[in-house]
Design a protein around this ligand. Structure first.
Ligand code: IMP
Ligand code: MG
Length: 434
């Protein structure tokens, strides 16, 4: 299976980092294709915990080649910091390539992110403040600077000379006391970053297609999740990229006929960070229990995440949009110990049951989740979960298996992996026929 895509089916933070790392063991390449350092993935290997924002999850493995595709927006300062921290902790890490076509996040994108949020007042998106939206804005407006231009100081300066007056105007439109941009300041700090990054820069579409021709295995690692997609998510409370499987083709330069499988990562419950609706959100003690037990606080911003029941309207929306061939269901351990579990099977909209996620947020706000109730399983310690996982699927609690079967039946999608704890050992893999 040479090209596998891993996608978040909810609002991000489904545990894609751990799942990607598991599949990365058998892959030659791990590739990111959208987003930037708004992402935050956590991987636990033995006692070591790694958190990355920009580098792909396979980067801790020496025999891998990790790629930052053209669809990303890259903050060079953050990337260099991650590279240098990685080199200290894992001297034998993966080979890294960065697309010459990826857009660069510059200091003015970060400032614009803050000014735009401020100007929205209570309607703010609750962005991660990393300049992601403004960088995609300048990309689409054709005033972005790409990595290939950025690493050449002369071109970088020329581009900035063309662009900065327009950026300054947009600053001033948002705030009368907007800071004055200084080209010399930006060039002197950032051209040094460009020189350091130059060694990694290449045409990654050529690299990846040659690898596929040689029958190498490529894992495409999605960031964020389907419900944060700029087209199919809870617009405008979304990120500025497409975290869907189809985005691999655009964001990595690989044709759709090359993709073999799409694995949808489903967290056993739902979480969301930032503003915007989440129909199954719980504001009671069950929500607090899940947040505390699951340590549901943002990897990038530390903000508490909204927590609630699993929403199968959302998961089915993801199955359709991504062409998901199997699931990896994560954080099943967190639900252990609750009295009972609820699963949202549809929304009641003025007396009619809706099964497709509505595009219009006004309609969504009038929807009430419709729940089915099923039994929960008991609580186990991290060590006990590992022991159970090592015995295989059959050894897992009956109620947990019923929960998994419920999800599979409702979505017509098999779950090939179940995760019951942060470590690699707390994972159950099931052979399924695809
Ligand atoms: P932005 O991507 O920083 O523009 O933020 C837009 C929205 O996406 C906000 O609600 C963020 O909280 C959310 N978001 C962005 N990246 C992630 C992520 O990796 N996990 C979860 N939420 C995210
Ligand atoms: Mg995350």
């Amino acid at each position: 299976m040479p090209a596998i895509v891993i996608i978040g089916t909810q609002w991000g933070d489904e545990g894609k980092g751990k799942i990607t790392d598991y599949y990365a063991e058998r892959a030659d390449f791990v590739v990111r294709f959208q987003g930037g350092n708004n992402a935050g993935h956590t991987i636990k290997i033995g006692e070591e915990v790694y958190k990355f924002h920009l580098l792909p999850s396979g980067v801790v493995r020496a025999d891998k080649h990790v790629v930052i595709g053209n669809g990303l927006v890259v903050d060079p300062k953050v990337l260099l910091k991650e590279i240098s921290e990685l080199k200290v902790r894992v001297p034998e890490s993966a080979k890294l390539s960065i697309s010459d076509r990826a857009n660069v996040i510059l200091p003015y994108h970060l400032i614009l992110d803050g000014l735009q949020e401020q100007s929205k007042g209570s309607a703010k998106i609750g962005t991660t403040g990393r300049g992601i939206g403004p960088c995609y804005m300048t990309k689409v407006a054709r005033t972005g600077i790409r990595i290939g231009e950025f690493i050449d100081e002369t071109t970088f300066r020329e581009k900035l000379e063309q662009i900065l007056p327009g950026i300054q105007k947009s600053y001033e439109a948002l705030s009368p006391d907007a800071p004055k941009l200084d080209i010399e300041e930006i060039v002197s700090e950032y051209s040094a970053y460009g020189s350091e990054l130059a060694q990694y820069v290449t045409d990654t579409s050529v690299l990846l297609n040659s690898a596929l021709d040689e029958n190498k295995t490529i894992l495409f690692e999605g960031a964020q999740g389907t419900m944060l997609d700029v087209d199919f998510g809870t617009y405008p409370f979304v990120t500025s990229s497409n975290p869907l499987a189809g985005s691999v083709c655009i964001g990595a330069g690989v044709g759709p006929t090359k993709i073999d499988r799409v694995i949808g990562v489903v967290k056993a419950y739902t979480t969301r960070v930032g503003s915007g609706p989440m129909p199954t959100n719980l504001t009671d003690e069950t929500g607090d229990y899940i947040r505390e037990k699951g340590q549901e606080f943002g990897t990038t911003t530390g903000r508490p995440r909204n927590c609630g029941w699993l929403d199968l309207v959302v998961v089915s929306h993801s199955c359709r949009l991504n062409g998901i061939t199997s699931f990896a269901i994560t954080r099943l351990d967190v639900l252990g110990g609750l009295k009972e579990l609820k699963i949202c099977t549809g929304y009641n909209h003025k007396g009619t049951k809706i099964e497709h996620f509505p595009a219009n947020l006004n309609v969504l706000s009038e929807c009430e989740p419709v729940y089915d109730t099923i039994s929960a399983w008991q609580e186990y310690s991290e060590e006990e979960w590992i022991k159970l996982a090592q015995k295989g699927y059959e050894a897992l609690p009956e109620e947990l298996k019923s929960y998994v079967n419920y999800i599979e039946d409702a979505t017509n999608t098999p779950a090939e992996m179940l995760s019951v704890g942060p470590s690699r050992a707390a994972t159950v893999y099931r052979e399924i026929s695809t």
